[in-house]
Write a protein that binds this ligand. Structure first.
Ligand code: RB5
Length: 166
């Protein structure tokens, strides 16, 4: 997969560890900064990575700041993005299966390199279940679009898309 990665200055030291790990797993990775530990603002990198994922130039994104919170909030402001902040692998896995997250965030002040790698691995190994979960993700999109009619239509829809296959 093509993965976009970014961090602020607090996530800067953990980022190369994750880049190397992603490459080891066979993924293509591009770093969208920051490129030094000079103090900067997490919204810059959250937005950059999110735009690359929203435009489909990259399949998925990974963002790192001190807690993962600020940079995930920034990413989630970009339409089409579902970013999750995780400090353990279980949430990472379910966030893909149930919520079809396309950006993973974590905090370098919260998780160490080994735990971060476990989170990344679980997140990348999981895939979206669809079915009833697709209805909920489509409802999220309707909220994002501020389209209450669309929300109601999805809620009432009997489309096959929303029937569990497994
Ligand atoms: C920067 O000090 C810190 O606020 C940032 O890395 C992040 O943790 C914010 O959510």
């Amino acid at each position: 997969m093509k993965i976009a990665i970014g961090s602020d200055h607090v996530g800067f030291e953990l980022k190369p560890v994750i880049i190397d790990y992603l490459k080891e797993l066979g993924h293509e990775v591009k770093d969208f900064g920051t490129f030094s530990n000079e103090r900067t603002d997490y919204p810059i990198y959250g937005q950059k990575v999110a735009e690359k994922v929203a435009s489909k130039e990259f399949d998925l994104g990974i963002v790192i700041c001190g807690t993962g919170v600020g940079i995930s909030l920034a990413a989630n402001k970009v339409p089409g993005i579902r970013a999750v902040v995780c400090s353990e692998p279980y949430t990472a896995k379910l966030s893909r299966e149930h919520n079809n997250t396309n950006i993973l965030a974590f905090g370098s002040r919260v998780v160490g390199p080994d735990l971060a790698k476990m989170i990344v691995k679980e997140w990348l190994s999981a895939s979206f279940f669809g079915g009833r979960h697709a209805r909920r993700v489509d409802e999220l999109k309707a909220i994002e679009d501020q389209n209450t009619d669309e929300f109601e239509e999805i809620r009432k829809s009997t489309s096959d898309k929303y029937i569990d296959k497994g």
